[in-house]
Design a protein around this ligand. Structure first.
Ligand SMILES: Nc1ncnc2c1ncn2[C@@H]1O[C@H](COP(=O)(O)OP(=O)(O)OP(=O)(O)O)[C@@H](O)[C@H]1O
Length: 494
């Protein structure tokens, strides 16, 4: 259930500042749909999947619902899409389509004219890429035919902004997308990882679009792990598992998103066979997850090692310049749609400074400014931005940093294991990272010296004090070390 790009654009263009948001329309029907779902599914199942679903609006047969995560969206879409549509239609027979989107990604409102029209066959539709034109439409439908997850035509290399934190991942993704089928592949599999909202899905889908554009004959399939599981289970149920396997092993580029959600022994085995068969056959595999292969503890050891055998690249938290460039890009696109729109640079600077978490929150903040401007007519200024974004900023207060987080980041940065940091080993390559981790624990957490000592393998508080003084002393004369520590602080705090 995806908001089509044209639909999204139509909302932006069709919005009139004086128009009331249509959130309340359809509320009664939605309450009844929810109550029926609750009765059908039972309270536990209902609240697992539907507690955070919100009605954004209903107009001319288009219902827009929002959810908090992409996983939830994909799960509801595949498991409850049809039922949801049937219930809505029983409550309100003119409903033709339900769009489900992730809050913060885009903040659409119903666009009656372009999106609400029934499809040519007059059938009710749930989701899809209605309105996506040209290549986008063609690729989306091929991806659909192969049983893929929906592709968003906005997520291309053209719209992906490159900065210090994602240069390597972007370059690898581009190379993979432009490789000719049959040629030896450079990084296989390519494994991208990052925490939420840092552009993994964007890069994966950009590869899909680009590969298709540069090689129209190539079979490119983008699947979320959840979709992979669902398709496999469906294939088993309908006794078409062999077809499913054959289809997968015939793909030129397989892109799997959110791998951390892949569960179940037989599903993982199937995934492992697919992975081996594609890689051995020189087909490209690209995987994204929220952590590196070694940390995907629920995955079978063989899958983890195969995944780690290609190129593993992390997208780091977006640095301020990158956040600013993404906002400039969004502003440019918005002003193309509305030449009268004025977004001063100082406001973009300000927003880039205060929304530090990730690209999704940045998009959410930008859409919030646009909505505020369009609905109230207020010019976009720093004061207006502070007013419009205040709850967003409040809810993003810095999280409490744990000593484990510091140990994880430091051990990764210096390529030593966490157990080395806690051990009694005294080689220089371990002692210095350990001292840095202790120093950062003192600086970034409220823990006492004895407590920090205990968390570092039961050391005495004087050892921690020595480490803190040592690092203070070294970093005051060694600018490289000082910069490294600043960078570590930034990674740990974001
Ligand atoms: N470098 C970037 N350039 C442009 N947009 C970006 C960039 N990084 C992130 N975004 C935007 O931020 C939003 C979230 O990105 P995306 O969905 O790709 O994140 P993700 O890493 O897959 O997150 P999750 O783990 O939650 O699935 C998207 O709208 C995306 O376009």
């Amino acid at each position: 259930m995806e908001m089509g790009a044209a639909a999204h654009q139509a909302f932006q263009e069709a919005d009139s500042p004086k128009e009331e948001p249509s959130v309340k329309v359809g509320k009664e029907e939605w309450d009844r749909v929810k109550s029926r779902l609750r009765t059908e599914l039972g309270e536990d199942v209902f609240s697992s999947w539907f507690a955070s679903v919100e009605l954004e609006g209903e107009q001319n047969g288009l219902v827009i619902l929002s959810v908090s995560t992409r996983f939830l969206k994909s799960w509801i879409q595949s498991h409850y899409g049809e039922r949801l549509m049937a219930l809505w239609r029983e409550e309100c027979e003119h409903v033709r389509r339900i769009d489900l989107y992730v809050r913060g990604a885009v903040r659409p409102k119903p666009a009656p004219t372009k999106t609400a029209a029934p499809n040519p066959a007059g059938n009710a539709a749930v989701g899809g890429m209605a309105g996506a034109a040209g290549l986008a439409g063609a690729q989306a439908s091929e991806n659909d035919q192969l049983g893929g997850s929906p592709l968003d035509p906005r997520l291309t290399f053209e719209t992906f902004v490159v900065g210090q934190s994602n240069t390597l991942a972007h370059a690898a993704a581009k190379q993979v997308a432009l490789a000719q089928p049959g040629q030896p592949v450079s990084f296989n599999p390519l494994f991208l990882h990052a925490s939420v909202g840092l552009g993994k899905t964007h890069l994966l889908q950009a590869i899909a679009w680009e590969a298709k554009r540069s090689n129209p004959g190539a079979k490119v399939l983008y699947l979320t792990a959840e979709r992979f599981m669902y398709s496999f289970v469906q294939a088993l149920k309908s006794q078409s598992a062999l077809d499913f396997k054959d289809t997968l092993r015939d793909i030129d580029i397989l892109l799997i998103d959110d791998l951390q959600f892949l569960q179940g022994k037989s599903i993982q085995q199937e995934f492992c066979h697919t992975l081996n068969s594609l890689i051995d056959g020189a087909r490209q595999v690209v995987v994204a997850a929220d952590r590196p292969p070694v940390e995907l503890e629920s995955l079978d050891e063989r899958v983890r090692s195969r995944l780690a055998g290609g190129l593993v690249s992390e997208l780091q938290p977006l640095e301020k310049e990158l956040r600013r460039s993404i906002l400039s890009d969004r502003a440019l696109q918005a002003s193309r749609r509305d030449p009268n729109l004025a977004i001063p640079d100082v406001v973009l600077d300000h927003v880039a400074g205060i929304i530090r978490s990730n690209g999704r929150d940045l998009d959410g903040a930008f859409n919030r400014l646009m909505a505020h401007n369009q609905l109230t007519g207020a010019p976009i200024t720093i004061e207006m931005a502070e007013q419009a974004l205040k709850d967003l900023i409040r809810s993003k207060e810095p999280r409490r940093i744990r000593i484990e987080d510091i140990q994880r980041v430091v051990s990764k940065h210096y390529n030593v294991s966490r157990s080395d940091l806690l051990s009694s080993r005294r080689t220089r390559t371990i002692v210095r990272p350990r001292q840095i981790a202790m120093y950062l624990s003192k600086m970034l957490t409220p823990r006492s010296l004895p407590e920090i000592g205990r968390r570092f393998g039961g050391r005495d508080h004087t050892t921690v004090l020595h480490a803190v003084r040592k690092i203070e002393e070294l970093s005051s004369s060694d600018t490289t070390l000082a910069q490294e520590i600043e960078m570590l602080k930034r990674i740990i705090s974001e």
